[in-house]
Design a protein around this ligand. Structure first.
Ligand SMILES: [Zn+2]
Length: 112
């Protein structure tokens, strides 16, 4: 599955499964996380960058990594956990795509 297909899948899951199918009390919080993931993934896949350093805090790798470290459990289990049961988009490749960034930008600070 190529990166563009991953992005298409993320957007479809957001618009259909999540927005129409998710009804948890944390929907507003998860919605922001989901949208930020889509923005960073869009930047990464299209190479939209402010500078060329993938370790820089402005990089999409850093942005995805930070979201995965702070919210990875919910992202992997709720947003792309397959619990909605409707999507034709395979969620495993999306999880693999996102999880590859989990250590990006985590070289210096360990404040968890
Ligand atoms: Zn930068």
């Amino acid at each position: 599955m190529n990166d563009k297909t991953i992005l298409k899948g993320m957007i479809e899951i957001y618009q259909n499964e999540f927005m129409c199918g998710y009804d948890g009390p944390d929907k507003d919080e998860l919605r922001i996380i989901f949208l930020e993931l889509i923005v960073h993934a869009t930047q990464y896949i299209n190479d939209f960058r402010y500078c060329s350093d993938p370790k820089c805090p402005c990089s999409p790798e850093f942005g995805i990594g930070k979201l995965m470290r702070n919210h990875g459990q919910k992202i992997n289990s709720v947003l792309f956990g397959g619990a909605f049961g409707l999507s034709e988009v395979p969620m495993r490749p999306i999880r693999d795509f996102l999880n590859q960034f989990i250590n990006e930008g985590d070289d210096e600070t360990h404040d968890d």
